[in-house]
Design a protein around this ligand. Structure first.
Ligand code: NDP
Length: 327
């Protein structure tokens, strides 16, 4: 495993990590979740990603129970949660980034996990109805109280991240160290262009999500629709519609050929492509089966095969390189 600092913080995170969205407490049995965490941990993965909304709190319960059973040293792993969406309550105080929700959500997450503190706590989306000052103060206070160690954002704009940093700096508070954006061969703008300055200025780290675009970049949707996969799950029609487009499948078919030429599976090549970006601190993997995770772990070694020439060929297939604004 390779490790690097999460942004300019001192937190050393494994370049591959494991997330629980749609799988833990939902799609997969708890035994499978436990096996996935064991394989991840045995291979040096030290970061497990979670959120209050995942399976409406159940994902945190399942992960917490596994951590307890495994008995791994608390200083050997990083565990996260995120607040914003709540766990399903529709009342205005049950979601968002107000002090009230963040404090209550953090307390509830700790209880569900059965942990004394979270290593990383994310603001899962920007909250247009709460002043950023209130959110920054609250995250700082949660750190001071020892309930969280670091905090970050997810799907915030560069402007919102900078606002948080400016306020934190002016008031000697601890600002966010990390952003969690979507990043894969089809979704590139934020990571490759929008954040390009703030990697340098504030030392932003990134924990990127959906590296396989929910499985499209495994190649399994290339012909017939496979049974028992995420995009066939009830209630996820929106995700299927968003991800499974004819343009994407056309690109995936060409990428599949290229991966074959390199002697790699498509998911491994797609993950290695994400890892090649030095501004990606860790690629958060998702897996519904243990062999998927075992395969995906090969992405670390596969980076060496993605030479400049191969990266250019991938670029030509994708034909979606985000442009910097022209002046
Ligand atoms: P991916 O895009 O990699 O999708 C993972 C899914 O793809 C798996 O569950 C599996 O689904 C399929 N898959 C994975 N590997 C293989 C393989 N080798 N062969 C075939 N199929 C494979 O990542 P996720 O969308 O799961 O995102 C990863 C993590 O990122 C999440 O768990 C979560 O922690 C985080 N995240 C954060 C978000 C945010 O807003 N901050 C939003 C979304 C995710 P199946 O077998 O069912 O087809």
């Amino acid at each position: 495993m390779q490790y690097n600092n999460l942004g300019k913080s001192g937190l050393q995170v494994s370049r591959l990590s494991l997330g629980s969205w749609l799988t833990f407490g939902k799609q997969i049995a708890d035994e499978t979740a436990a096996e996935l965490m064991q394989v991840a941990y045995d291979n040096g993965i030290n970061f497990f990603d979670n959120a209050e909304i995942y399976a409406r709190g159940k994902s945190e319960e399942v992960m917490g129970a596994i951590l307890k059973k495994k008995g791994w040293a608390r200083d050997s792993y990083i565990v996260s949660s995120k607040a914003f969406f709540g766990i399903g309550g529709e009342l205005p105080t049950q979601k968002g980034l107000s002090r009230k929700h963040l404090v209550e959500a953090c307390e509830a997450a700790l209880k569900r996990f059965g942990l004394d503190y979270l290593d990383l706590y994310y603001c899962h989306r920007p909250d247009k109805q709460t002043p950023i000052e209130e959110t920054v103060w609250t995250m700082h206070q949660l750190i001071m109280q020892g309930k969280i160690l670091y905090w970050g954002t997810s799907e915030w704009s560069a402007q919102e991240i900078m606002e948080a940093h400016m306020f934190a700096k002016q008031n000697h508070l601890i600002g966010p160290i990390v952003e969690q954006p979507e990043y894969n061969m089809f979704v590139r703008d934020k990571v490759e262009v929008e954040f390009s300055q703030i990697y340098k200025t504030v030392g932003l780290g990134t924990t990127t999500w959906s590296p396989l675009a929910s499985g499209i970049l495994s190649g399994k949707y290339n012909s017939e629709f496979p049974d028992g996969t995420r995009l066939g799950m009830e209630g996820l029609e929106w995700l299927k519609e968003r991800n499974l487009t004819p343009e994407r499948i056309k690109a995936v078919l060409a990428l599949t050929d290229l991966a074959k030429e390199l002697g790699l599976s498509l998911p491994v090549m797609s993950l290695a492509w994400c890892l090649k970006n030095p501004n990606v601190s860790t690629v958060i993997l998702g897996a519904s089966k243990v062999p998927q995770l075992q395969e995906n772990l090969k992405a670390l070694d596969a980076q060496a095969l993605l030479t400049e020439e191969i990266m250019n060929r991938i670029e030509a297939i994708l034909d979606n390189k985000p442009a910097f604004p022209a002046y």
